[in-house]
Design a protein around this ligand. Structure first.
Ligand SMILES: [Ca+2]
Length: 477
C-alpha cells in the first residue's frame, strides 16, 4: 500500500482496485514510517486512492481524506550535544541521560548568560509541549525564531519541569536555551505533541532492593570484615559501603569506605572500643542506590601504648649529625658514607610498655624528593620485618621539593611509615615488652640532600595520628 500526498496536494497510484482499500487504516510513527511499514513524508496531507490497470490506465480518484496521526510526535534532545556558549558547560554524571548534562557555571567575569543552541529535524508541524529534566535553582528561557517560553527549577534533585509550548514547523528547527543561573543543570529535553509526562524509565526512579544479610566479623582485633548476600537483581552492579558515627547517618562522598562489585569489605585503623555504623547500598547500573542496610559495630578493646622518640634523644653513629631547621630538631647525613660500611644509624633505648603490634609514624623533611625516603627500622624483638626497606611518602606533588630546596625552605611532614615486604606490605612492628634498642638506619649515599628525621612514634593504637598530621601535608612548617 502507498498513500499520503504532500501538504495541500494529493495523488496516489495503486495496483489494486480502490474498493479493496476502503477500510485501510494507516498509522504513523515518529520517524515518518507508517504502521504498514512504508515510508511516508512529509506530514501532514490529504490522501486519495486511484486504481490502475496493467496497461497503466488510471481510474478516477476517490474522495480526499484527511488522516489524523495515530500517535503523538515525541522527541528527546540532549543539550550536551548542542553548541554551547559559556558559562554553559558540559559536566559528567553517570546517572544522567547520555552520562552528561549542561551546567551553567561562571568561571570568568566576562561571562554573562550561557546558551545552548540545538538543531533538530521534525517530521511534523505542530504545537509541541516542551519539558526539561533540570536540577538546581534558577530560570531559563527557550527560544525558537520569534517565540519564547521560560522555565524554572528549584530542586536539588533532578526533576522534569515544564518549559511551555512552541509551535514548530516541519523540517529543520533551531532552538536556543539561555540561562545565567549558576548551578542550573539541564540533562534532557522532551518535546511532544501532547502534554504527556516523559516515560518514567528516563527519570530512572526505580531503586534496587535493599541489601540483605549484612554482618561483620573481626578477622583480627584491628580488622573487621563486612559481608552480605549478593543481590539477585541483574541491574545491581556495585555495592557502596559507608561508615558513620551515628545510626541512620547521611551517606555521602565523605563517608564512603568502598565501592565495588564484591560482597565483602574490610575496615581497620579505628580506636579500640569505638562504636561505628556501616551502611551498605546496592547500586544499579544507572547509579540508583537502594535503601541502606545498616550494621552497628563495637570495636574490640585492648590496652594501647604510644612511645615518642625524639631525634634529639637519639644516639647517632656513622656520620649522622643533629641539626635544626625551621625550629625543628632533626638528624641528617651531611656527608656521604661508604656504601659498603655500616649504615648511619640513630638509635633509641625504648621502654616498650606492653607487647603488641606497633604502628610506626615519623616526622621528617626532604630537600630533594627524588632521593628521600629509604630507611631501615630495627628492633631486636621484631624478627618479621627486620632488614626490610621502609619508605616515607614522597611529596611528589610539591614541585619545589622535586627540584630541591635550600635549608629553611623545606616542609615538615608527619606520616605513617610503610614497607614493601616480601610477604606483603607492612606498616607495623611486633614488639616485645621491656627495654630494647630501636634503630633507624639511613642510606649512606643519600647525602647531603637525603631525609631529615625529627621524630619517630610507635603506637599500638591503630587510630593514633601524630600532632600536625594531615592526610595531604603538614603546612604548619
Ligand atoms: Ca544528558
Amino acid at each position: 500500500m502507498r498513500g499520503v500526498a504532500p501538504a495541500r496536494r494529493w495523488f496516489l497510484l495503486l495496483l489494486l482496485p480502490a474498493v479493496a482499500l476502503a477500510d485501510e487504516r494507516i498509522g504513523f510513527r515518529e520517524d515518518g514510517s507508517s504502521t504498514t511499514g512504508r515510508t511516508i513524508d512529509p506530514w501532514p496531507g490529504l490522501s486519495g486512492v486511484a486504481a490502475v490497470e496493467h496497461s497503466g490506465l488510471e481510474g478516477l480518484l476517490s474522495e480526499e481524506v484527511t488522516i489524523t496521526p495515530a500517535e503523538p510526535a515525541r522527541r528527546y534532545l540532549e543539550p550536551e550535544e548542542g553548541d554551547l556558549r559559556p558559562p554553559a558547560r558540559v559536566a559528567f554524571e553517570g546517572g544522567c541521560s547520555g552520562d552528561r548534562y549542561v551546567r551553567i557555571w561562571h568561571e570568568a567575569s566576562h561571562e554573562t548568560a550561557g546558551q545552548i543552541a540545538l538543531s533538530l529535524r521534525l517530521s511534523r508541524a505542530a504545537e509541541y509541549v516542551v519539558q526539561a529534566r533540570l536540577r538546581g535553582h534558577g530560570s531559563l528561557t527557550l527560544r525558537c525564531a520569534d517565540q519564547q517560553t521560560a522555565g524554572r527549577s528549584s530542586s536539588d534533585a533532578w526533576q522534569w519541569q515544564p518549559l511551555g509550548r512552541l509551535r514548530l514547523p516541519a523540517g529543520e528547527v533551531s532552538l536556543q536555551i539561555e540561562s545565567d543561573s549558576d548551578g542550573l543543570a539541564v540533562d534532557l529535553l522532551w518535546l511532544t505533541t501532547t502534554a504527556e509526562p516523559p516515560p518514567m524509565v528516563d527519570d530512572r526512579p526505580t531503586a534496587p532492593a535493599a541489601v540483605q544479610g549484612l554482618r561483620g566479623e573481626f578477622r583480627e582485633p584491628n580488622l573487621l570484615q563486612l559481608s552480605w548476600t549478593a543481590s539477585a537483581d541483574p541491574a545491581v552492579t556495585r555495592y557502596d559501603v559507608h561508615v558513620g558515627a551515628a545510626p541512620r547517618f547521611t551517606a555521602d562522598n565523605s563517608s564512603l569506605l568502598s565501592s565495588a562489585a564484591a560482597t565483602t569489605a574490610c575496615d581497620w585503623g579505628l580506636a579500640p572500643g569505638r562504636v561505628v555504623y556501616y551502611q551498605v547500598r546496592a547500586v544499579s547500573s544507572r547509579g540508583i542506590a537502594a535503601a541502606p542496610a545498616e550494621l552497628r559495630v563495637v570495636w574490640p578493646t585492648w590496652p594501647t601504648a604510644t612511645v615518642e622518640l625524639a631525634a634529639s634523644a637519639a644516639r647517632l653513629s656513622g656520620g649522622l649529625q643533629p641539626g635544626v631547621s625551621r625550629g625543628v630538631e632533626h638528624v641528617w647525613l651531611p656527608l656521604p658514607a661508604a656504601a659498603s660500611g655500616p649504615r648511619p644509624r640513630a638509635e633509641w633505648e625504648v621502654v616498650v610498655p606492653r607487647a603488641g603490634r606497633y604502628y610506626v609514624w615519623a616526622r621528617y623533611a626532604t630537600y630533594d624528593a627524588r632521593t628521600v625516603g629509604l630507611l631501615w627500622l630495627t628492633a631486636p624483638s621484631e624478627q618479621r620485618a627486620m632488614g626490610v626497606n621502609w619508605r616515607l611518602r614522597l611529596p611528589g606533588t610539591l614541585p619545589r621539593h622535586l627540584n630541591g630546596v635550600e635549608p629553611g625552605a623545606e616542609i615538615w611532614f608527619s606520616d605513617k611509615w610503610l614497607a614493601g615486604f616480601w610477604a606483603g606490605p607492612t606498616d607495623y612492628l611486633d614488639l616485645s615488652a621491656g627495654t630494647q634498642r630501636v634503630g633507624v638506619e639511613f642510606e649512606p649515599t643519600q647525602s647531603p640532600r637525603g631525609p631529615r628525621l625529627a621524630t619517630v612514634w610507635l603506637s599500638s593504637d591503630p587510630s593514633f595520628r601524630p600532632p600536625g598530621y594531615d592526610p595531604r601535608i603538614d603546612f604548619v612548617k
